[in-house]
Write a protein that binds this ligand. Structure first.
Ligand SMILES: Cc1cc2nc3c(=O)[nH]c(=O)nc-3n(C[C@H](O)[C@H](O)[C@H](O)COP(=O)(O)OP(=O)(O)OC[C@H]3O[C@@H](n4cnc5c(N)ncnc54)[C@H](O)[C@@H]3O)c2cc1C
Length: 564
């Protein structure tokens, strides 16, 4: 993938200019092929690979990848529910560099898909579209859009259908682009909309059967939501590199800032958060292939927990950077304030955090029972927790709206203390694994008491947040167990350093969410923080990875500078 620089990203952002040059270079480098399944001529055979590419790009510039990556989201419903002719045509368009947009939101209906108002009325020659989609990423630049339209009774699960709309086939006076909307972050990209007034699409543009639009959208989100965690991972890594570099360079009272215990503790804690988000992202992306039937749970958890962990982490890092977290052109071309603003949207689009928690709560009775049973498919979990190893092809028909087995990963907490003991984990890791097993067991009891309700209580949302943190802890533990031999000599893996700091920070969070007493600090915590901070500082200096499964980011010139 092409190298591009913080300076260029900052200039485009300040001028609110679309990152066209970067997107062109990503096209030329072949990124669109990663949005097309191999069976239709593309290179998408592993969502872990796509996650890795996106995270790599997101750490350089979130705007560019939000703009470019939209095509994957726009095309994905066709891969799931389109007919072979639609799939071939969409693949050709994507591979040819045509942006594809995904038009769900409406001015009066954001997440409320069942009440979307844009209508598709059956006509002699197809369907007539009337209404507006707004705000929509790439609505103006796109050549094709997948559009959710009402074809039946509002509020009903079968009241909407999905269409593949090719702008070039529409009568020019029957549609118009809506102006670009100015945004807090991702300022340069094309957030606009589209209005249809009697635009006629062909019956053959219907994706799937009439009335299956919402179901197709919900199944598609099971693929796209885990991918959004790449955006959080990239933003978090970029922020941590910038703050670490700053702490090593900034001299306070004649000594580098990083020598003080307070910033060291913050940096180490943030490294733990980032490791946990990487664990969630990796396991969720791999689960698409090996725990497909559980994706209704896994996708909602990953989409909610990744930005929920990264947003406050960026606030902590901003404190270290002081005024340089706030200036728009100083220190690394103002990259920190840009990524901090850009990242805010991750918790909003593709299903906000409350929307994902709400989806999780609907499955609580089954999840609570499954959590009590401790049932988990160990072999599938081993595959999910072995990054870089081959994955089975995605069985699209296995994506269902409710997960019968619950969530194997969270359920595996029941046996994880014994498993980490067998893997020779340090004593404090075994204790932390036990603490999470107890939390999960209490959680199961509380979840079982939540009655299905159209408007769930606040307590239910808190349980959902705690469940997400248990998922993150289980992901860390499983990845460590299955990776400990392979990565034994990597600096972050020595003495299970990343795992200890990640579990510690997750346990603090879950205690706060459940309003339980915070775990006591251990005497070893300070030494752990010091060790992690030294690894971070060295990695930022040499361009080494700063996460357990991360990639190098070589320090480069001032244009592309790592952490700059
Ligand atoms: C940069 C950017 C890119 C975007 N790209 C696209 C795109 O490509 N395609 C597209 O269709 N849209 C896109 N959107 C729109 C985005 O997805 C909307 O934010 C989303 O549709 C929600 O809309 P809303 O905020 O109006 O929320 P509403 O749904 O009106 O929600 C308002 C509030 O209610 C909460 N809420 C809603 N439903 C529930 C629920 N069931 N349970 C609990 N709380 C709930 C929400 O969390 C929020 O706090 C984009 C937006 C931005 C800013």
């Amino acid at each position: 993938m092409p190298e591009y620089g913080a300076r260029r990203a900052a200039i485009d952002d300040l001028a609110e200019v679309f990152p066209a040059d970067i997107c062109r270079r990503l096209d030329a480098a072949g990124l669109p092929a990663h949005y097309v399944p191999a069976q239709w001529g593309g290179a998408l055979d592993s969502h872990e690979s796509l996650l890795s590419i996106w995270a790599d790009l997101a750490r350089r510039d979130l705007s560019a990848i939000v703009a470019h990556g939209k095509t994957y989201l726009g095309a994905a419903p066709v891969w799931l529910a389109g007919d072979p002719r639609q799939a071939v045509a969409t693949a050709e368009a994507v591979l040819g560099g045509t942006p594809i947009s995904w038009a769900l939101s409406e001015p009066e209906h954001g997440a409320d898909l069942l009440n979307n108002a844009l209508t598709a009325t059956a006509a002699a020659d197809g369907y007539r579209l009337d209404g507006r989609k707004w705000p929509v990423n790439n609505a103006t630049r796109a050549g094709l859009l997948t559009v959710l339209a009402r074809t039946g009774t509002p509020g009903s699960g079968r009241g909407h259908s999905l269409f593949l709309v090719d702008k070039s086939t529409l009568r020019p006076d029957a549609w118009r682009n809506l102006p670009k909307v100015r945004t807090h972050g991702v300022r340069g990209i094309d957030i606009s909309g589209i209005e249809f007034s009697g635009a006629v699409v062909r019956a053959s543009d219907l994706i799937g059967d009439p009335g299956t639009g919402v179901e197709t959208v919900l199944r598609t989100l099971q693929l796209t939501r885990p991918m959004c965690s790449a955006l959080s991972l990239g933003a978090g890594e970029h922020g941590l590199r910038i703050a670490t570099r700053f702490a090593t360079e900034r001299i306070i009272q004649q000594r580098p800032l990083i020598e003080r215990p307070y910033p060291r503790s913050v940096l180490a804690r943030c490294a733990g958060v980032l490791a946990a988000v990487e664990a969630v992202a990796l396991v969720a992306a791999r689960s698409i292939h090996c725990l497909t039937q559980e994706m209704s749970v896994v996708s909602a958890v990953a989409k909610a927990v990744a930005p929920t962990l990264i947003d406050p982490m960026l606030s902590e890092l901003a404190e270290i950077l002081g005024v340089r977290s706030y200036l728009t052109t100083e220190y690394a071309f103002g990259a920190f304030q840009k990524l901090n603003r850009d990242h805010r949207v991750v918790a909003i689009f593709d299903g906000s955090t409350p929307v994902n928690r709400s989806a999780l709560i609907q499955q609580f009775p089954r999840l609570g029972r499954a959590l009590t049973s401790g049932a988990a498919d160990e072999e599938e979990l081993r595959i999910c927790a072995s990054p870089g190893t081959p994955l089975p092809p995605l069985q699209r028909s296995a994506l269902t709206l409710l997960s019968r087995p619950g969530c194997s990963l969270v359920q595996s907490l029941a046996g994880l203390p014994e498993a980490v003991t067998a893997a020779n984990a340090p004593d404090d890791v075994i204790e932390l694994a036990r603490a999470f097993r107890m939390t999960a067991s209490r959680l199961a009891a509380s979840m079982a008491q939540v009655r299905p309700a159209a408007l769930p209580s606040m307590a239910a949302y808190e349980l959902a947040a705690a469940y997400e943190l248990c998922f993150a802890a289980a992901a860390c533990l499983q990845l460590w167990i299955h990776g400990a031999d392979q990565y034994r000599d990597e600096p972050l893996w020595l003495d299970a350093a990343w795992l200890r700091v990640a579990l510690r920070v997750l346990l603090h969070r879950v205690s706060a969410v459940l309003r339980e007493p915070a775990p006591e600090s251990a005497t070893a915590d300070g030494a752990l923080d010091d060790g992690i901070t030294m690894v971070l500082a060295e990695a930022v200096r040499t361009g080494g990875p700063i996460t357990p499964f991360g990639k190098a980011w070589p320090p480069a010139d001032s244009e592309t500078a790592a952490g700059a």
